[in-house]
Ligand binder design. Structure first.
Ligand code: ATP
Ligand code: MG
Length: 553
């Protein structure tokens, strides 16, 4: 039986529109404001907008919503483009809302000409006071009575730079008694003598979001303009502008924004984390940014799969970050190269092993026969993980202990014969014997052991720094938690293992290879690596250790 996924509500609308012939094909857009790096919430929006166009044979524009001159930077534009491409999408057109400034200005002139917009000299406090409340109507001031000619002149003068910031605004003339506060003569243009990242000093008046977004959609003939729920009250104004300007009828549809546990997803908050150095930059692997997740080793496939599976909701909810990690783990299990790395070494000497080096072979990935195999040097002196040895083990301890046998992964069965300690009583070495017939792949020893340990040969080990990450926040619902969001930062979210020992195959791998360090989790090489030192980030643990911790309380 084929598993037919049911349509989400936006797909239903699109199929209906296409069936009715309302549109021949669909056009969507992804409209980021270039005032920060994209986060996983944006990934949801990207997957949705590009995904719909792909599914229905339409196209998607990348539009930089750069109508606010003060906060936007070119660095952000470049990072956004890189992130969208990395996620696997290509836009039909790269547009900038600022390219429409002249057109938007003409739209405003048209509204003035129709008697539907006026220049208001009131202060912002006065405008707010005249707005009324949701239960009492607002009042119009005398500026609303200005003639079309006077408004046209004043608006021209505003553009020409005759007035200071805040001296005048252009307002739509709609309805001061509307139950929708946004229809009570909303501001369309404000004066801002500010330098814009693309238009420079050409403009000193800038359109408000509500007088730029819908019009930009319309200029680009966007059929389905998808945004998040907080824009529902804006829809009436969106429709009003399009109707009065008699331009292409784009339509706005709203879905619930993605919220996730143990993280924040507002660019303003992410910027604060960066500026106040709670993290090391926008691409810190603990960040909810796409660049952070990429650096951490998440794959685009896993993020797309996650976005697809959580679907499109019409009500706000909080998605467990463990679900994203589940998809990451699932994908990495299929593609990660298996390697052995010892984080906290304990020396192990095999007393009956000759003074030679043997090259053992092991599959790169048992899940993928095409991944091939690698050579692992084996010798008399090895490192194992200190926590894999216990001098006085409890019952059912299947790792190494005096008199006990374990298998060394892809190698031999060994037996612990002697424990060496220093003057302080710290164990410095364990001495073992090995069973020559027990080599993995050609084991004729007939011995069964329960424990298998990872190891590296001392003489061949490559040193590495390993960075282990935990949740950046201690509470599930960071936005909903009491106090400032920074009060909930987990101070122990980064653990650095300065001197781990890795098998030498790691030196030969490609930069973007993904690894499973056996028994340790999934890892990726970090950009901080140098020829002297490899640096790895743990992408995710093998199992969901967090869920267990939470249950234990
Ligand atoms: P932030 O509050 O993080 O700055 P924003 O909505 O201001 O987010 P924009 O750059 O304006 O960021 O958003 C670009 C697009 O991404 C918009 O269509 C917006 O609705 C969508 N988007 C932003 N955050 C989320 C989210 N958490 N879930 C889904 N879509 C989102
Ligand atoms: Mg925004």
């Amino acid at each position: 039986m084929s598993e037919e996924k049911s349509l989400n509500f936006i797909e239903e609308i699109i199929e209906e529109d296409l069936k009715n012939g309302k549109y021949e094909s669909i056009t969507t857009r992804f409209p980021p404001e270039p005032n920060g790096y994209l986060h996983i919430g944006h990934a949801k929006s990207i997957c949705l907008n590009f995904g719909l166009a792909k599914k229905y044979g339409g196209k998607t524009n990348l539009r930089f919503d750069d109508t606010n001159p003060v906060t936007e930077e070119t660095e952000y534009v470049e990072s956004i483009k890189g992130d969208v491409r990395w996620l696997g999408f290509e836009w039909a057109n790269e547009f900038y809302a600022s390219d429409y400034f002249e057109q938007l200005y003409q739209f405003a002139v048209k509204l003035i000409g129709k008697g539907l917009a006026y220049v208001d000299d009131s202060t912002s406090d006065e405008i707010a006071a005249q707005k009324g409340t949701p239960t009492t109507p607002g009042t119009r001031n005398r500026y609303a009575e200005r003639s079309v000619e006077e408004n046209l002149q004043l608006f021209t003068d505003m553009r020409a730079g005759k007035y200071a910031d805040g001296e005048k605004v252009l307002r739509a003339k709609i309805d001061m008694a509307s139950p929708n506060m946004l229809l009570r003569d909303p501001i369309l243009y404000r004066i801002k003598h500010a330098h814009h990242h693309r238009t420079g000093d050409k403009w000193c008046i800038y359109p408000m979001y509500d007088f730029a977004h819908g019009q930009s959609d319309s200029i680009e003939k966007i059929t389905h303009s998808i945004c998040t729920l907080e824009f529902i009250p804006h829809r009436d104004l969106y429709d009003w502008c399009i109707e009065k300007l008699e331009i292409f009828p784009s339509h706005q549809y709203e879905f619930a924004r993605l919220n996730m546990t143990y993280t924040v997803m507002s660019k303003r908050k992410l910027l604060q984390l960066v500026n106040e150095k709670h993290v090391n930059g926008w691409d810190d692997p603990r960040m909810s940014t796409i660049s952070g997740m990429r650096r951490r080793g998440y794959t685009a496939e896993a993020i797309r799969e996650f976005c697809d599976r959580i679907g499109v909701a019409r009500r706000e909810n909080l998605i467990d970050i463990g679900l994203l990690e589940f998809f990451v783990r699932e994908h990495l299990n299929k593609i990660a190269l298996r390697r052995m790395v010892v984080f906290d070494p304990l020396k192990l000497v095999i007393t009956n092993y000759p003074d030679t080096v043997e090259m053992l072979h092991s599959e790169n990935n048992p899940e993928d026969k095409n991944a091939g195999s690698r050579e692992i040097p084996f010798s008399k002196e090895l490192y194992i993980e200190r926590e894999d040895f216990m001098e006085n083990p409890p019952k059912k301890y299947f790792r190494l202990a005096p008199g006990q046998m374990v298998r060394l992964k892809s190698a031999y069965i060994i037996k612990c014969e002697e424990v060496i300690k220093d003057a302080a009583g710290t164990i410095t070495e364990v001495r073992c014997t090995y069973i020559p017939e027990s080599r993995s792949g050609s084991d004729t020893s007939g011995i069964n052991v329960k424990g298998t340990l990872h190891w590296v040969s001392v003489a061949h080990a490559v040193t590495a720094e390993v960075r282990l990450y935990d949740r950046l926040f201690k509470v599930e619902d960071v936005a909903g938690a009491e106090g400032d969001f920074k009060d909930h930062i987990n101070e122990d979210s980064l653990t650095v293992i300065g001197h781990a020992f890795a098998e030498p195959a790691l030196l030969k791998d490609k930069a973007d290879d993904r690894y499973q360090f056996i028994r340790k989790g999934y890892f990726i090489l970090d950009k901080d690596s140098s020829t002297e030192k490899l640096v790895f980030n743990r992408t995710v643990t093998l199992k969901d250790t967090w869920a267990k911790e939470v249950k234990k309380g």
